[in-house]
Design a binder for this molecule. Structure first.
Ligand SMILES: Cc1cc2nc3c(=O)[nH]c(=O)nc-3n(C[C@H](O)[C@H](O)[C@H](O)COP(=O)(O)O)c2cc1C
Length: 212
């Protein structure tokens, strides 16, 4: 399958370094709101998180951003999953957004840490009961014998725990990516895209333009 002719012009907007302002996280919030308001973007908070294992093999997968808090991005996952184990071994991670209808990409790099137990509890409680059960019965990233077995496990758990106040499993909770670098990308004509990289250095943000 050759895709040589797949090509789309980018001409919707532009980005100059002066637009970023003092705090690139505030600028990200502005772009995020624009992505949220676009009726062509279904899950503006879906981001691809990349981790690296002990043998330096990278893995990426989509998770949902649940809060932009101070200097960090927060998502929730199973700490015993592949990504959870990799973060334990190497907390340097990357998270990226691609909002195709806006011709924009944002790439974050930083260091991951677990959120506090109480923060994870609060979020777990806010989830629908069915999602809480899903998190409890799924040993994320483990090989299972069949999908039907998982459904049976789910149904049995529901029968035994109907209307109970469920406790968050200790291996499930928030991951906080403490941001140290953000790159904003805006598609432009003739592949001469705008790229601005903001790096945290000695407590203040430094902005630079990158060649596309
Ligand atoms: C749109 C979308 C949203 C997802 N959100 C999450 C999430 O918030 N947390 C999560 O652990 N997995 C989420 N997943 C599933 C992950 O992509 C992945 O399959 C799972 O976390 C296991 O990854 P791992 O085996 O690399 O640890 C989402 C998948 C998609 C496509």
């Amino acid at each position: 399958m050759k895709l040589f002719n797949y090509r789309k012009p980018y001409d919707k907007d532009s980005l100059s370094i002066d637009e970023i302002g003092d705090n690139p996280i505030d600028f990200f919030k502005k772009w995020f709101k624009e992505a949220e308001s676009s009726d062509q973007i279904i899950e503006s908070n879906a981001m691809t998180v990349s981790t690296v294992d002990v043998n330096n093999n990278p893995s990426s997968r989509v998770v949902l951003l649940k809060e932009i808090k101070d200097n960090s991005l927060i998502f929730f996952t199973n700490y015993k999953s592949k990504k959870g184990k990799e973060i334990d071994e190497n907390p340097n991670i990357c998270a990226s957004f691609y909002w195709a209808p806006l011709e924009r990409q944002v790439v974050f790099k930083g260091v991951a840490k677990k959120t506090s137990e109480s923060y994870s509890d609060t979020y777990f409680k806010s989830r629908p009961f069915s999602s809480q059960v899903g998190a409890i019965v799924s040993a994320q990233s483990e090989i299972i014998s069949s999908y039907d077995d998982l459904l049976t496990k789910y149904d049995n758990f529901l029968k035994e725990n109907k209307n109970l106040d469920l406790k968050r499993p200790s291996h499930w909770g928030g991951v906080e990516l403490v941001i140290r670098e953000i790159e904003f990308w805006q598609g432009r004509e003739n592949r001469l895209h705008n790229r601005v990289i903001s790096s945290l250095s000695a407590g203040s943000w430094e902005h630079n333009i990158l060649s596309p």
